[in-house]
Design a binder for this molecule. Structure first.
Ligand code: NAP
Length: 525
């Protein structure tokens, strides 16, 4: 696929009016072709106008037409996967094989959301039939369904340049909900972003939809992101990235004359709790498994386990030795962007200054943006004195906490801010302790894992990739999994409507054949 570096505004290629950039190959620290255009307020306004024009027709497409559109995107991703993975690898330093896996996950997400659309349950069609004879007051016919929010802005993430980016789960779930989408590409992988944007643009055309269903914009500095969040036609925003960036955009959206929902996914250290019987039985295995996961994708994953808390006792030294051995064997590897590398170095320094002891280091950096793997250790008492140690270090570093007893463990757990996930390693003899910790974890995290090392997030119906602040800005929703669609929906009630004026999902004959809640009973009748 030929890259032009243009913005994709609806069906148009737009050269942009606000400067340009080249992608960086972070492994060799050299710029790569082509030149990518930056848009400004003018391009944002054009994309938003088109997205608004497209919304009414797109949100009223039949479930089948919308599902087929999502399948077309998946097929387009299948076709470009080899070159998409190569380009993304060039721009991020991540291995091609890993990125092929991401592309497959992206295509799968579009297929899964196509199924969600066909099933139609996302509409949550609900019918309370009229009760003209009801006393003391007759009830009118009330029917409710969920519809798309409107045009939405999606900020692509840097760390999963395909599956959380232009063709990631946010875009798939927003399009499934019936929203029109403007993606703000991350400047860490502009070429890969353009490739995915072209796949979606082509699918819009092949489906015969209004061109404004999808646009891809790019900018230098905060101006373009701010313009998107401020634009009066934008009705919702999703973001994956730093807490500073996410909260700046969140606050901005709340200060609009008409505040809009912003779903940010920001920061999580995904604490791991190792209980005494499990530690004694398999401390070495747990230490090895944890260190292996913390180093995956150079530690630049939202689900990276970054803090391990173990109650001191038999097995602790084996656990520590296994962690040290993994970390020391790891070569330094290229980080995603110079900015992320710089932040990593600063945050490693912050941990040292806060009293964490460096107990292992991986190979020395060779390239300009190579992140060296680091393992810190600290005692539970010091951890309690310095809650800053439980902040994220985005990169291949982790902290081992030697805890005195369950009382100290729960005190530390209470200090944690909201998390995407938490893990407990337990044996049957630990169940009583685990049951005491569980309510604390439920209040602080969106996912609790037992006896596993946080795997890449499943995209399924029960998946939750969310959690209390600052893991996300709205703990009621997930950004991954089939229920991620709920972020982009809102309910509308139709009262006293004649059948032919009702939306299809709510008509008497149920022409969509979907599950509906009629007078409190689920049925397809
Ligand atoms: P970022 O700096 O927050 O940027 C993410 C996106 O939001 C970029 O497109 C950026 O645009 C835009 N943006 C950020 N702040 C903005 C603002 N105030 N106004 C308008 N737009 C804004 O995240 P990043 O570049 O991906 O990585 C930086 C740090 O974020 C990492 O070091 C890490 O700590 C954290 N991070 C965490 C996760 C996680 O899942 N926990 C994932 C990725 C990153 P520009 O680039 O054009 O400024």
């Amino acid at each position: 696929m030929k890259l032009t570096g243009n913005l994709l505004i609806g069906a148009q290629e737009v050269a942009g009016t606000s400067g340009s950039m080249k992608a960086l190959d972070p492994t060799l620290n050299v710029e790569i072709e082509p030149t990518f255009a930056f848009g400004g307020i003018e391009e944002i306004d054009r994309a938003a106008q088109l997205a608004d024009e497209a919304f009414d027709s797109y949100s009223h497409t039949s479930l089948i037409d919308r599902a087929e559109f999502l399948e077309r995107i998946a097929e387009g991703l299948d076709v470009v996967t080899p070159e998409l993975a190569r380009r993304a690898s060039l721009e991020t330093g991540l291995p091609v094989a890993q990125l092929e896996g991401e592309a497959a996950k992206s295509a799968l997400q579009f297929r899964q959301f196509s199924t969600v659309v066909r099933q139609g349950r996302f509409r949550q069609a609900t019918i309370d039939r009229a009760q003209p004879e009801r006393q003391p007051r007759a009830r009118m016919d009330h029917r409710m369904q969920k519809i798309g929010l409107g045009p939405v802005a999606i900020f692509g993430a840097s760390n999963f340049p395909i599956s959380y980016s232009v063709a990631g789960g946010d875009t798939a779930s927003a399009l499934a909900a019936g929203c029109t989408v403007i993606v703000k590409a991350h400047n860490g992988h502009p070429g890969a972003s353009e490739m995915m944007g072209r796949v979606i643009q082509q699918a819009v055309k092949d489906s015969g939809f209004h061109e404004g269903v999808f646009s891809l914009v790019r900018g230098g500095g905060n101006e373009i992101g701010e313009a998107l969040v401020d634009h009066p036609l934008i009705r919702g925003v999703t973001f994956t990235g730093s807490e500073g960036g996410g909260m700046a955009l969140f606050r901005r959206a709340q200060q609009r004359p008409d505040p809009i929902p912003v779903f940010t996914e920001m920061t999580s250290v995904n604490p791991t709790f190792v209980m005494p019987a499990a530690l004694a039985a398999r401390g070495g295995v747990i230490g090895d498994g944890f260190a292996e996961r913390m180093l995956v994708t150079v530690g630049q994953a939202c689900l990276k386990p970054a803090i391990l808390l173990a109650i001191d006792g038999p097995g602790y030294l084996e656990l520590k030795a296994a962690m040290i051995s993994r970390v020391e064997a790891m070569q330094a590897r290229t980080m995603l962007t110079p900015g992320i590398f710089t932040a990593y170095r600063k945050n490693v320094e912050r941990q040292s200054n806060a009293g964490a002891r460096r107990i292992a280091a991986g190979g020395e950096p060779q390239g300009a943006w190579d992140g060296q793997s680091i393992l810190f250790e600290i005692d539970g008492a010091r951890m309690l004195e310095n809650p800053a140690l439980s902040e994220e270090v985005f990169g291949p570093a982790a902290l081992l906490v030697r805890v005195r007893d369950l009382e100290q463990l729960t005190a530390i757990a209470k200090q944690f801010r909201g998390q995407l996930s938490a893990t407990m390693h337990i044996d049957p003899a630990d169940h009583t302790l685990a049951a005491r910790l569980l309510p604390l974890l439920e209040r602080r995290t969106g996912r609790i894992v037992v006896n596993a090392f946080a795997h890449p997030q499943e995209v399924s119906y029960a998946s939750i990739h969310g959690g209390p602040f600052p893991a996300t800005s709205d703990s009621r929703f997930t950004s991954v999994g089939m229920t991620a669609i709920e972020r982009f929906l809102r309910p509308v009630c139709y009262q006293g409507f004649p059948d032919d004026l009702l939306p299809e999902a709510l008509r008497h004959s149920n022409p969509c054949g979907i599950w509906r809640l009629t007078d409190g009973e689920l049925s397809k009748a």
